[in-house]
Design a protein around this ligand. Structure first.
Ligand code: HSE
Length: 448
C-alpha cells in the first residue's frame, strides 16, 4: 500500500528531528502503523535551508497553503507555533479534511474549543502529544492508559527552562537574574524567555492536561499563572533546610467545589521523586482513584524527543483514519457532548478558593513580641502552623531595612488553608511596623 502522505509546516529543530527519526526508523514505524508514513511536502519560508534538510526527494514550498491544497496529503504537521498564522492554517487544514498533528500548546490552550469543534464537525483528528512535556507520552497516558480512573490531581514539572534555572539556583546558591543570564548564554533559555519564566508555557500545558483529566473544555483564561522571577536563593536555601525543594509546578486538582488550575513555584518534600527531577527534565505525577500515583519522566523539549511524540501521533492517525470518527478516541478524552454538564459541576476555581499550605518568610526587627504578633494574626485567622524557623538575616540592607535595626528572618510553614484567608492574614502581617520587607509567600504541595 502507498505510504500515507504527510505535509510538514515549519521545519525548525523539531521538524528536522521528525524528518530524521521517521527516516531512520521507517521500517519499524511501518510495521507498527501497518502502512508507510512519508513526509512528501514541506513548507518553510527558508526554502533552501529546508531543502538541504530533507533532500531532493521531498517537495519544498514557501507557502503552507500549497500543502493544504494538495489532495494527496492526508496529514498536516503544524510546527510553526503561536496563535497567528498557525491558527488560520490549522483551521484551513481541518476544513480541507486533513488530520492535524501539532506541538502548539499555546494555540490549543487558548483556541482549543474552536479547533476541536471544527475537527469534530469535519470528522478529522487533531493530535497534540508533542504539546505537553515533549517526549513524555503524557497525553496518551491520561487519555487512554488511565481511562478507568477518576483522576484526582496532576502536578507536573512541565517547563524545562525554569527547572534548569531552579536547579542551578539551588546548586550554586545564585539568584534568579544571574542564573537566567547564564541559561541564555548556554542556550537553555531563549533570548525572550517571558513565556517560560512567567509560567505561561507551563500554564498552556497544564490547561490541556486539566481538560483531558476532568472532561472540561480548555480554559487557559481561568488559569492562575505565577512564574519564578521573584524567587531568591535565600528561600531555596531555607526550603532545603526544612526538607523541601522549590519547583515550578503546573497543578490541576478536582475538589468538591470545582477544579483548581494553577502554575506557581511550590515547595515539594525533597523525598518525593518529582522533587529530584533536575536540569531541563520534565516529570508529571498523576493521581487516579484506582491506580494511585503514577509518575512520568523524560525530556520535555528538544529535536528528537519532541519528534518522538509527533511521530507517535502520525502512527495513531495512520492506524485510525479509516475508522468511523465516532469510534475514535475523543480529542479531549471525553465525548464532547458531555462538556456542558461538566462545566456546571466542575467550574475552574478562582485562586482565592484554592486550598493549599504555605511557606512564609518575614524579615522582621529582632525584638521581643514580634513572633507572638505574627503567630497571633495566623491564629486569629484559624491558620495552623506546621513549623517555624528563625535565622539570622543574610544581609540587613534593602527594602524597608535599616542596618541599625537588628533583623532576623522568620520562616513559617503552615498547614492547609484557603488562599483568600491567607491573603487577608498576609495583609495584616505586612502592616506590622516590625515587618521590614515584603513578605515572601510560596505555596507548598505535599503530593502525598
Ligand atoms: N520552552 C519549553 C521548555 C519547551 O522550556 O520546557 C517547549 O514548550
Amino acid at each position: 500500500m502507498k505510504p500515507i502522505q504527510v505535509g510538514l509546516m515549519g521545519i525548525g529543530v523539531v521538524g528536522a528531528g521528525t524528518f530524521n527519526v521517521l527516516k531512520r526508523n521507517q521500517e519499524e514505524i511501518q510495521r507498527r502503523a501497518g502502512r508507510g508514513i512519508a513526509i512528501t511536502m514541506v513548507a518553510d519560508l527558508d526554502v533552501a535551508r529546508a531543502q538541504s534538510i530533507v533532500g531532493d526527494g521531498v517537495q519544498v514550498v514557501n507557502d503552507a497553503r500549497a500543502i493544504i491544497a494538495n489532495p494527496e496529503i492526508d496529514i498536516v504537521i503544524e510546527l510553526i507555533g503561536g496563535y497567528g498564522i498557525a491558527k488560520q492554517l490549522v483551521l484551513e487544514a481541518i476544513a480541507a479534511g486533513k488530520h492535524v498533528v501539532t506541538a502548539n500548546k499555546a494555540l490549543l490552550a487558548v483556541h482549543g474549543t474552536e479547533i476541536f469543534a471544527a475537527a469534530s464537525a469535519k470528522g478529522v483528528m487533531v493530535a497534540f502529544e508533542a504539546a505537553v512535556a515533549g517526549g513524555i507520552p503524557i497525553i496518551k497516558a491520561l487519555r487512554e492508559g488511565l481511562t478507568a480512573n477518576r483522576i484526582q490531581w496532576i502536578a507536573g514539572i512541565i517547563n524545562g527552562t525554569t527547572n534548569f534555572i531552579l536547579s542551578e539556583m539551588r546548586d550554586k546558591g545564585l539568584d534568579f537574574a544571574v542564573v537566567l543570564k547564564e541559561a541564555q548564554r548556554l542556550g537553555y533559555a531563549e533570548a525572550d524567555p517571558t513565556f517560560d519564566i512567567e509560567g505561561v508555557d507551563a500554564a498552556h500545558k497544564v490547561t490541556l492536561m486539566s481538560a483531558i483529566a476532568f472532561g472540561i473544555p480548555v480554559q487557559f483564561d481561568k488559569a492562575y499563572v505565577e512564574g519564578i522571577t521573584k524567587l531568591g536563593a535565600t528561600d531555596i536555601k531555607y526550603a532545603e533546610q526544612l526538607g523541601y525543594r522549590i519547583k515550578l509546578l503546573g497543578i490541576t486538582k478536582r475538589t468538591a467545589k470545582g477544579v483548581e488550575l494553577r502554575v506557581h513555584p511550590s515547595l515539594v518534600p525533597s523525598k518525593r521523586l518529582i522533587a529530584n527531577v533536575e536540569g531541563a527534565m520534565n516529570a508529571v505525577v498523576v493521581n487516579g482513584d484506582a491506580v494511585g500515583n503514577t509518575l512520568y519522566y523524560g525530556k520535555g523539549a528538544g529535536s528528537e524527543p519532541t519528534a518522538s511524540a509527533v511521530i507517535a501521533d502520525l502512527v495513531d492517525i495512520t492506524r485510525l483514519h479509516t475508522v468511523d470518527a465516532a469510534n475514535r478516541v475523543p480529542h479531549l478524552a471525553f465525548q464532547p457532548n458531555t462538556f456542558d454538564k461538566a462545566m456546571d459541576s466542575l467550574p475552574v476555581l478562582p485562586m482565592g478558593d484554592v486550598v493549599t499550605s504555605y511557606y512564609l518568610r518575614l524579615r522582621v526587627a529582632d525584638q521581643a513580641g514580634v513572633l507572638a504578633k505574627v503567630t497571633g494574626i495566623l491564629a486569629e485567622a484559624n491558620i495552623s502552623i506546621d513549623a517555624v524557623l528563625q535565622r539570622e538575616a543574610d544581609e540587613v540592607s534593602g527594602e524597608g531595612g535599616s542596618a541599625t535595626v537588628p533583623q532576623t528572618d522568620l520562616i513559617i510553614l503552615t498547614h492547609d488553608c484557603q488562599e483568600a484567608k491567607m491573603n487577608a492574614a498576609l495583609a495584616q502581617m505586612q502592616a506590622l511596623p516590625t515587618v521590614l520587607q515584603s513578605i515572601v509567600r510560596i505555596r507548598k504541595e505535599e503530593l502525598a
